[in-house]
Design a protein around this ligand. Structure first.
Ligand code: NAD
Length: 434
């Protein structure tokens, strides 16, 4: 099996490579190679049985040249400092590309959340906020959900932050329950944003949805909403998976009933959805690895990073990939796919719907004036199509892949802000005292 690249080193390598001919100064590229600040904490958790355990918690404020930093918090046993930094870097690129007044950040706890009781999970989430309370805030760094965190957890976190600061602070965190100041439309935003990218792609390729087959790895929040919207448009979703494995059905799945089954499984009465999609309707069972190699028109990795590597890139048969997960294709695999003519809509574009509606939620929280669902959806569509157009046109004009185009658009915006602060041109000879 091919060695999996270190996710952060791989992310840095991508920035270096694309930065070489992005038309920005070395100073800007260099700045993107250094996280602004990374915080690590040991989070004490009193377990239900009275014992005490400690979990590693991280928060990386990667770059704040465009505004306060923004990024989700992940609960996963494989969370590492490198992963958090890579995700923070991608958030920096993503926010710049989406045209949001934010820098990038990310956080995480190294934990298997499914092994905790709901009350242990609440105590751990509050412990995270106690550890990070000085480095997050509505104008500093604004967390949100990511893998295995959700609206309820964001609500606990906001509540803890407000208790520490002794004031209301709905804009400290996004992805909260609507009743606690969350935005309508936030739950579906990542999937809807990815759907809008597929729609734009299909428009340019003259696709007839009914003749297109889609495989989706990971059947969580983002994947469900994307699958639902694609199915409504006529696409056939022939394969989905979760952490326990995948299912394949030639005639295509009924997404709502699949999701319903998953939601109503025993454990959904608690915080997590634990039932595997493998145990549901008539299907052929496949592994996650097999799903990635299915002969489909569109492949959507929507789980974790580094699932397509040099070890399986040649076996991928889909002609088009839309990255809903962050970093599912490593940079070596990407070169293989590029040579084979596979079109990749990159994560920094395809999954930007989540942070875009998080931005809308933050604006609503700061102003105290909630928007309705139609307003959220209309504005999300404006942001996503504007970004897609810009990336597509830059790729065509400059002979780049969509990822390279997305990165250069973002880097050029960051460069403008760096220049506005004063760069080498300003602080060179003429900037020194006479
Ligand atoms: P989620 O926790 O709702 O779902 C994750 C899904 O992935 C689950 O179905 C889980 O079973 C599955 N999974 C976990 N490990 C797996 C494995 N090894 N193989 C296959 N499936 C596996 O998470 P989500 O919010 O839907 O996020 C999914 C991806 O989208 C992540 O990479 C996340 O960073 C990215 N993303 C999410 C958002 C958002 O707003 N939710 C925004 C941007 C990007």
């Amino acid at each position: 099996m091919a060695e999996v690249a270190n996710v952060y080193q791989d992310a840095l390598q991508r920035v270096r490579a694309i930065g070489e001919d992005a038309g920005v100064s070395d100073e800007v590229v260099e700045q993107l190679l250094h996280p602004k600040a990374t915080f690590c904490a040991s989070l004490p958790l009193r377990m239900d049985d009275g014992s005490m355990r400690y979990f590693k918690g991280y928060r990386c404020r990667y770059n704040d040249v465009l505004g306060p930093t923004k990024g989700g918090i992940r609960y996963h046993p494989q969370v590492t400092l490198d992963e958090v930094q890579a995700l923070g870097l991608w958030m920096t690129i993503k926010c710049a590309l989406a045209g949001l007044p934010y820098g990038g950040a990310k956080g995480g706890i190294e934990v298997q959340p499914k092994e905790l009781s709901p009350m242990e999970l609440e105590r751990l989430s509050r412990a995270y906020v106690r550890a990070m309370a000085d480095v997050i805030g509505p104008q500093i760094d604004i967390p949100a959900p990511d893998v295995y965190t959700n609206a309820r957890i964001m609500g606990w976190m906001m509540d803890e932050f407000e208790a520490i600061k002794r004031q209301r602070a709905p804009a400290v965190i996004t992805g909260k329950p609507v009743r606690l100041g969350g935005s309508v439309g936030r739950d579906e935003a990542t999937g809807r944003g990815a759907y809008l990218c597929v729609r734009e792609l299909a428009r340019r390729l003259d696709w007839e949805p009914a003749s297109k087959r889609v495989a989706i790895q990971g059947f969580g929040n983002a994947a469900y909403h994307l699958a639902r919207l694609l199915e409504q448009e006529g696409y056939k979703i022939v394969a989905v998976s979760d952490s326990k494995g995948g299912i394949y059905s030639e005639q295509g799945f009924d997404i709502e009933s699949l999701w319903h089954e998953k939601q109503t499984s025993r454990s959904m009465r608690a915080v997590y959805c634990e039932q595997s999609v493998c145990q549901l309707i008539e299907h052929q069972e496949i592994s996650n690895a097999e799903l990635l190699e299915l002969d489909v028109d569109l492949l959507v990795p929507a789980a974790l990073e580094n699932v397509i590597t040099v070890g399986n890139a040649n076996a991928v048969k889909a002609g088009h990939i839309v990255e809903v997960a962050n970093g599912p294709i490593d940079s070596t695999a990407e070169k293989v796919l590029e040579q084979r003519g596979v079109t990749v809509v990159p994560d920094v574009l395809a999954n930007a719907g989540g942070v875009t509606v998080s931005y809308f939620e933050w604006v609503q929280g700061m102003s105290g004036y909630p928007w309705d669902l139609e307003t959220v959806r209309t504005r999300l569509a404006e942001y996503m199509t504007r970004s897609f157009d810009k990336v597509w046109d830059t790729a065509a004009d400059e002979g780049r892949t969509l990822r390279s185009a997305a990165y250069v658009v973002a880097m050029r915006r960051i460069a403008e802000a760096v220049t506005a602060h004063g760069d080498r041109e300003y602080f060179g000879d003429q900037g020194r005292k006479g």
